[in-house]
Design a protein around this ligand. Sequence first.
Ligand code: ADP
Ligand code: ZN
Length: 735
Amino acid sequence: MEIDSALLHSKLKTFFGYDAFKGDQEAIIRNLIEGKDAFVLMPTGGGKSLCFQLPALVMPGTAIVISPLIALMKNQVDVIRGFEEKTIGIAHFLNSSLGKAQIQEVRQDLLSGVTKLLYVAPESLTKEENIDLLKEIKISFYAVDEAHCISEWGHDFRPEYRRIRDMIQTIGKAPVIALTATATPKVQSDIQKNLGIMDATVFKSSFNRPNLYYEVRDKVDAEKDIIRYIKQHPGKSGIIYCLSRKKVEETASLLSINGIKALPYHAGLDAKTRAENQDRFLMEDVDVIVATIAFGMGIDKPDVRFVIHYDIPKSIEGYYQETGRAGRDGEAADCITYYSYKDIQKLEKFMLGKPISEQEIGRQLLMETVAYAETSQCRRKMLLNYFGEDYPKDNCGVCDNCVNPKPTFDGRKEMCLAIRLIKSLPEHFKIEHLAMVLSGRSNAMVKSYKHDTLPLFGEGKDHSDRFWSAVIHQGLLLHLLGKEIESYGLIYVTEKGEEFYSNPWEIRLVEDRVFVGKDSDDDDDDAASDKAAMRGGGGDPVLLSMLKNLRKDMSKRLNLQPWIIFGDPALEDMSILYPITFNELHSCQGVGEGKARKYGKEFIELIKAYVEENDITRPAEFVVKSAPTKSADKIFIIQSVDRKLSLEDIADARSMDMDKLIEDIEGIVSTGTKLDLNYYIRQVIDDDIVEEIFDYFKNEASSDSLEEARAALEPDYDELEIRLVRIKFLCEVAS
Ligand code: ADP
Ligand code: ZN
């Protein structure tokens, strides 16, 4: 078929409105028009769809596009239909969502030759009536989108994808183009083999995202760290990924409590809430979305400035995809991951429930993630190497390891020892196995091969197996060692490695990083004692007395008791944290948002002036407010009170006793959230009593202490009455 470049460009302009092709697009399209198979590896956003849409429109016949997601299909079909108003039949999709009449319409358009593109789900392609229909029409080519679904080593294996080749053979021969955004050399080989396109022209774009900064942090106090990070980047859009729905919910509510506009997103939410939360993120009504990996498919928000992995992803593919959602606009963006080996162990345990073959694959992928997390090498280099791409520089300047390089050592001797071991074995083994043997550690696998009797067993016992696996990983980056593609993960010595071995040159190696990885889930006690320690004074005494004077002043002016303005703990926090914005003030103890705004202005001004005059460096760290009750309960209580349910009913619904409920309500109120309990108080307490107790707090009490109040008011009034009115008072006056 004769199609010159000018014609292709004019079609590009008329159909898509673009003046030029992006990257390899033109070469890919020409290759297809010439009737050759193609394998296209292009990162998300690279412009894959155009590589099959444009040729489909210009080539005779109908192109079959196999795609796993119904939603994406609809989307693409709508876009193409927009090109030619007269014939919506130009693009169709066939999947299980269609009714009889719709299928009939597709049929007619296919047979009459109007349809240039037909999107099908792989499972629809196996249906006999569909096959029979497709046999009758001329096929221009087959496009297999998201082709990594073919491979068990990809991050989204779909068994139906394995049958595509058979289907194609039954329907009729035509060129095949396979496209994916993530493929390791192993996945690429699986795809080509499985589709029978070993001779396909391979088009690989670079996976480097130069504007992304990669960092892995020790998972210690991660929540606090995340809150601090977000507060340092106010108003910026970001995504936080967690592995479990529960963690998503908890984190989203913790962020909200700390004054960050955040919403959760996971597959357990109903469709309406999910769509709403996603929209509010896209419309910038909220800054942060906390999500499981269910979030992000097809999301194209260009200005996501940070992607945080609260939990380590299960594979590097997943990690690359998720971090890839940052910085689509090409501006700088941060990718921060919290890592703890404990999380890895959790993931491993979780895998035990799966079939053995899947477990083995899952474990291998996980080990790659561990190597990535623990490395002291350039992260960009590691990532690109994982996708079979070479990064030419040693220091990219835009990852934590390049910004803070670790000292290196001349690793000639060590590398040679590793190579000697690999060469001495008749078979190839995985990194962990080799590292165990070198360090002289034994496990079932080492024993079963009798490798604990090898002369080289323990030859490197001065170092740990961790050290040795770092050496081998770096051997891979230096191309002295290679990884077998077929039997995934087995290590061999490359030609370059042989050269090095017979005549070693200097190589600079680094040891891996050590992560403490104490998960903050487990150290609530520490956090509590930290806080207690901070509360015990230790603040700036001069500032504290100035703050107290100001409070006295205001209390006279406003005719309010001093503690109603701010309690002592709040003033102490101010003298430690030097807050100079409402938001920061809000992180002091007992200072709700309302209170900060109502009474805070003069305090902030005083602190600001004090900080400037005395040249004080303010602490970057703020005391993080923790959720006072389990967040689900909290939300339930707030909602129920809004709906004016009786406290008895609320307690019943949560199967808690009244005492616990009141305690929870006190907790909620103490963080500055206002609850209007008047509807209930009116019913159960006499107006006069309410007035008297209220009066006590307003005019007599010297603090909001419940004990003090009980000492002063009992036995005339009972505890429940005192507590309820105290809550009313805290909400109406003191916050
Ligand atoms: P992928 O499927 O690789 O993630 P898409 O096909 O969705 O990428 O394309 C990504 C973006 O690039 C889309 O907004 C698309 O309109 C745009 N695009 C594709 N080709 C071109 C081009 N030649 N010139 C300008 N923009 C393009
Ligand atoms: Zn780097």
